[in-house]
Design a protein around this ligand. Structure first.
Ligand code: FAD
Length: 281
């Protein structure tokens, strides 16, 4: 029996490489996922601005179809004026929310480190309250951080600079999220902290990605995924069960929304959302 969930959801895409890929994304994946009534689709921004045009185009395609789109934007790889021009473009397009990130740093950035906090401040300074600002959060601690205490303090600074809501890196240890939210509350950081959810569809790529992102795969989960890795069908079925249970527990804990890292696929995300009792029209 599916749990009837009123928890809002959002779905993340990366920008396809070309027009055909964008067409496939909007007419295929996004159309399927739109049936779940998401709050918005977000579109990633390649490291150092490498997908700037692709992100802009994909956001435009989604908005033109009447869906809310949230561009990710990172500092680095461009000058301040170009960043402001891009934000002005999004303003004209009717974008209401922007996800502000530092992004992964290039070596050339090392002499002049910039952080997501700087981008939040820049947008607030030039655009006031025109946009709702989203930032990233790391319940399992950002991989560059010297300590969880430092990471938390820097997270608080992003919020103090004007962030309205945070989305976390994905995790499979629910206690990490619980602990992070508790710590934020004890520091008086009271913005909604939306869990990022990564569906399980491919064992090897999930392991690779998690290592880079500093996301822990618990031993029991790793062993179970390894056992199912030779059958996409079995791994998919197992993954949907695990991720549904994780989302149910997050909803019970009072998660304000769920943000799915779809990797431009709709199957696993739709199954999880259907299990959660979200309407599929
Ligand atoms: P920040 O908040 O700037 O923090 C980065 C590191 O610096 C942390 O270790 C932090 O503790 C530390 N720090 C922060 N401020 C200071 C300071 N003032 N002094 C010293 N240290 C400081 N990456 C992409 O390239 N494109 C995307 O589209 C993208 N989307 C994402 C979406 C979400 C929801 C999340 C959670 C991550 C996403 N990422 C994306 C990954 C993200 O860019 C990387 O994790 C990046 O390394 C950190 O970005 P941030 O905005 O969290 O950084």
């Amino acid at each position: 029996m599916a749990l009837k969930s009123m928890t809002p959801v959002s779905f993340e895409f990366f920008p396809p490489r070309d027009t055909a890929g964008r067409e496939k994304l909007t007419t295929g994946t996004a159309t399927k996922l739109a049936a779940l009534g998401p709050e918005y689709f977000s579109v990633t921004y390649g490291a150092g601005g490498s997908t700037k045009e692709g992100t802009k185009q994909t956001v435009t395609d989604l908005m033109n179809r009447g869906w809310n789109a949230v561009p990710h934007l990172s500092v680095g790889g461009t000058d301040q004026q170009s960043t402001l021009d891009l934000v002005a473009f999004y303003k004209e397009l009717g974008v209401k929310k922007i996800l502000c990130l530092r992004g992964d740093q290039a070596e050339s950035d090392a002499h002049n480190p910039q952080y997501a906090e700087d981008l939040v401040r820049l947008i607030r300074q030039h655009f006031g309250d025109r946009f709702e600002i989203v930032v990233g959060a790391y319940p399992e601690v950002h991989p560059d951080s010297a300590s969880s205490q430092d990471d938390l303090m820097f997270f608080k600074r992003k919020v103090d600079a004007g962030a309205d809501v945070a989305i976390t890196q994905y995790f499979y240890n629910i206690e990490a999220y619980e602990h992070f939210v508790d710590q934020c509350q004890s520091l008086g950081v009271d913005i909604p902290i939306v869990p990022g959810v990564m569906p399980i569809t491919n064992y090897a790529s999930l392991r690779r990605f998690s290592e880079k992102a500093g996301a822990d795969i618990p031993r029991w989960l790793d062993k179970a995924m390894a056992q199912h890795q030779d059958s996409d069908e079995e791994l998919g079925k197992f993954g949907v069960e695990v991720v549904t249970r994780l989302c149910e527990r997050l909803i019970e804990l009072g998660a304000p929304a769920l943000h799915f890292y779809t990797l431009n696929r709709w199957g696993a995300t739709t199954k999880v959302c259907t299990n959660l009792g979200l309407n599929v029209s």
